[in-house]
Design a protein around this ligand. Structure first.
Ligand code: AMP
Ligand code: GLY
Length: 428
């Protein structure tokens, strides 16, 4: 079977790696891919925002299955366009992807279907913000209503800060473009987890749970990023909590979307905060997480192709998804300056084909014509390893990362710190 994977980051490298392990996969094409994916799949040029170019590529390649990695093509309606021409594609339609592309849609949907989430108010102007603030608690989170690559969320201590954040969103100061809607949200407290369910429009099945590290700095300080590392362990949540998340959140989403005539198929990624009042949904994404996927695939025992095909064919619950016992972890190496402006084109050297115990997924790399691998993004590499426990997985991932260099490379030395409860960052 020939599979086309759309995207070119660490998540797509991990998906391509997992698909290549399937005995039924004969060929993987990745568009646009990157310098690491090129080792496992033929890479074809593609601007992922260009749905027509994707349709042309699909008609040339005639894959048996298309898997969409990033949110941008989902938001642009790539799944709708491909399905209309009879292509088997894994991912939600544009309407179903609104769970991710519009925070206001997601919050209103959660309210309609009684899914636990923070109190909120959607505002269309600063005047509406001023009217809403007195009714909301002191600690607030202000969010842009739309895709903003992790840059559209400001966590505020005071109402003045929240007002200022909303002002910067409306004026365009924050993102460079003026936004028309912002959300004011009650600020929740607690550890965050990412819950993944594979959905077929009717049923949701649990894929796994992971913890991301969104802040740039150690100890969860500094600016938000796309994710600086992730891990997955057996005891990140209890089996009871996992079952609850499946039934009370993921399945409710699938039931609600179906009832509203926007059936949800693909991966539902539920970002949750485990508060003293129980789990509450922070956000939905409608795709695999990055870097959670780079950690999770190392534990996946079930053939990824079987999972994706079952979802596309409306029989997700026919596949028992099994994860290897133990743990896996992923540490992201980023360019200097990330998540702000960063330089690219820096040569990468060292042991890129990591030891058997770790895998180096490429997030933002490019192969120059002379064969030199260079940086081409903010997040550059995602080094992943599995182990009998989290400590072993992290030790292996950091050992592999310590054998790789590029100018300005920065990474967090404390991935998994909450779970390890060691208080101080890892050395090395
Ligand atoms: P989001 O893109 O909505 O997931 O928000 C990005 C990050 O902002 C989350 O991972 C949280 O760390 C933080 N955040 C979002 N919403 C809230 C909230 N209601 N309370 C506290 N922190 C939040
Ligand atoms: N890990 C966060 C994301 O994929 O959006």
């Amino acid at each position: 079977m020939k599979v086309l994977v759309v995207g070119g980051g660490g998540r797509e490298h991990a998906l391509v790696w997992a698909l290549r392990k399937s005995p039924r996969v004969t060929e993987v094409v990745c568009a646009p891919g990157n310098g690491g994916i090129a080792d496992l799949a033929r890479c074809e040029r593609l601007e992922v925002t260009d749905t027509q170019a994707l349709e042309r590529l699909v008609s040339q390649e005639q894959p048996d299955l298309v898997v969409i990695g990033p949110e941008i093509p989902l938001a642009a309606g790539a799944v709708d366009a491909l399905q209309a021409s009879g292509v088997r594609v894994f991912g939600p339609t544009q309407a179903a992807a609104q769970l991710e592309t519009s925070k206001a849609f997601a919050k209103d949907f959660m309210q309609r279907w009684a899914i636990p989430t923070a109190a909120y108010q959607v505002c269309r102007s600063l005047a509406e913000v001023d009217a809403a603030l007195p009714r909301l608690p002191g600690g607030l989170v202000v969010k842009v209503d739309g895709l903003a690559a992790g840059k559209g969320v400001v966590v505020c201590e005071t109402q003045q800060e929240a007002r200022r954040a909303a002002e910067q969103m409306f004026s365009g100061e924050l993102l460079g473009v003026a936004v028309t809607r912002v959300l004011l949200e009650e600020r929740l407290e607690g550890p965050e987890i990412s819950f993944f369910a594979v959905c077929d429009g009717t049923r949701a099945v649990t894929l796994g749970v992971a913890q991301d590290h969104k802040r740039m700095g150690e100890g969860d300080t500094g600016p938000n990023t796309g994710g600086m590392g992730a891990y997955s362990t057996d005891d990140l949540v209890s089996p009871e909590t996992s079952a609850w998340l499946l039934e009370q959140v993921a399945q409710r989403v699938v039931d609600g979307m179906r009832a509203e005539h926007m059936p949800f198929a693909g991966v539902l990624f539920v970002g949750l905060m485990m508060t003293a009042d129980g789990p509450k949904v922070l956000e939905f994404n409608t795709r695999f997480g990055d870097p959670e996927t780079e950690a999770l695939v190392l534990r996946l025992e079930t053939d990824l192709l079987d999972i994706l095909e079952a979802a596309v064919e409306g029989r997700a619950s026919s596949v028992a998804i099994r994860l290897k016992p133990g743990a896996s972890a992923c540490v992201v190496a980023a360019s200097a300056g990330y998540p702000g402006t960063y330089e690219t084109g820096k040569p990468i050297s060292g042991e890129l084909r990591a030891a058997a115990e770790a895998l180096v997924f490429h997030a933002g790399t490019r192969l120059e014509s002379d064969g030199q691998l260079v940086t081409s993004g903010g997040r550059v590499l995602a080094v992943s390893a599995a182990g009998a426990d989290l400590n072993e997985a992290l030790t292996r991932a950091y050992a592999a990362l310590n054998n790789i260099q590029f100018p300005g490379m920065q990474f967090r030395r404390d991935i998994g710190w909450r779970a390890l409860q060691q208080g101080s960052p890892r050395s090395g």
